[in-house]
Design a protein around this ligand. Sequence first.
Ligand code: HEC
Ligand code: HEC
Length: 472
Amino acid sequence: MKPQIAAATLLSMMIVLGIAWHAPTITTETTDDCLNLPEEPFNYANITLPFYLQAPPLLDADNTPPGNPITDAGAALGRVLFYDRKLSANETVACASCHKQELSFTDAATLSEGFEGGQTGRHSMSLAMARFYQNGNFFWDERAPNLEAQVLTPIQDPVEMGLTLDELEARLAGTDYYPPLFEAAFGSANITANRISRALAQFVRSMVSYQSKYDQGRLAAPPGPPNQTPFPNFTPQENLGKAIFFDPARGNCAACHGTDAFNAPGPRNNGLDLVSEDPGKGGVTGNPQQIGEFKSPSLRNIGVTAPYMHDGRFATLEEVIEHYNSGVQPHPNLSGPLRQGPNGPPRRLNLTPQEKAALLAFLQTLTDDTFLNDERWSNPFCADPVATIEPIKQDGWQVFPNPAANTVNIRIDGAAGQEYTLSLFTADGRLLRSYAFEGATFQFQREGWPAGLYYLQLISEKQGAVKQIVMR
Ligand code: HEC
Ligand code: HEC
């Protein structure tokens, strides 16, 4: 038997054994204080937006207040705050815990989990296009009058983050990294709740999604409203879905998800069943005509933001489409576009299965992978504590003595209380024994296996490594 086997043989053997090979790329940095920021802040203030996001009606929908324009240093500070667990009482939850970039800054959970495991009252919201909500109110029931007020609410919420603003200011002042970031953003190192609010609001307003397949089509089509002509880059199905979405006589979705931000200027009642259980906007204003009205959210990236609606009641977009197709409920405040004529009963779209599939295909064109992966809006902390489990490095564990007579010892460098599985294979890949253990060392006894070459496979989490051992 050959004492050495080719690397290719070893690799193919690992494939046969189903071992995932992971290059040891995870940083060993374990503190939450290690930041990975560019030398010069990213460009947030002067992102070149397509013409239709800089012209009416969206020009007038921009809710940026004159006193808090986006600056690169301000949004860069906002980014650090957004991802920092220090913003919650026990340092377990960040804004990003409930607003995940890959989900267009919402949460896959129906209700999100706060710092002590409590649940939020409503489903989390996507933050893409927050800047283009015309009336400038925030939350599903629009109880926050503007974004600067909104961003301080979760920090003080007893379920979400549970801190007072005084505690937060003192905590941030005690770090090394915040004073210089505040200085860059606001001209002095003073850390105040007002500055925290302004920086977070700048960061959230910078989250503009404008590079989806829809946008590519919009730019390639002749200028004019998006429903004027089919888009050259769309499939016939996507173009059919687009036509249904915009056509007042068919889907009429654009009545409330119109403009290139795909939202309405204010709240609407969209006929959800039992909508009165949550009074929505009416609960905030006390106006009975606003009971059951909720923010008309942007549909950008809607393909990745399931579940849907303020209570996350629909798991899929198919269910949402079926709601508008056949499920809209009567309500005194039901919005006009969802009725058959003025004050009429709920509208039924009666779409064919092909039309429903086309509408779905169109909604998927609003997914903007560049936005969902752009470093500008990503986590600036070096390592997420959950990702700091040390991968097994090929040279990070020892098997000795080798060749072995009876007892075989394993030692793993830097093992930190994780569980391992060690498996012994014959040279032709037959499993002889599997052992589970925890900690840095382990020992097993030879059980009458003949002399020759064997393989030891060590697995932790999803990472594995293989070594040869010779029995004398
Ligand atoms: C524990 C989960 C959780 C955390 C932490 C959290 N949020 Fe939220 N966020 C939500 C939920 C749930 C809603 C919707 C609540 C509602 O409407 O009643 C929401 C709504 C919002 C909105 C409103 C969006 C809109 O279009 O109206 C913004 C903006 C926002 N959050 C930003 C933040 C920021 C900034 C932070 C950190 C300071 C943060 N959130 C922390 C769960 C969370
Ligand atoms: C009368 C206004 C109105 C019309 C017309 C309308 N919507 Fe909506 N839409 C809303 C409101 C308001 C909400 C949020 C309701 C809630 O959560 O309580 C919403 C929510 C949604 C959501 C879920 C958003 C999220 O983030 O959870 C999707 C998807 C959606 N609508 C798609 C459509 C489609 C497709 C059409 C056309 C078939 C349509 N809408 C027509 C007002 C409307």
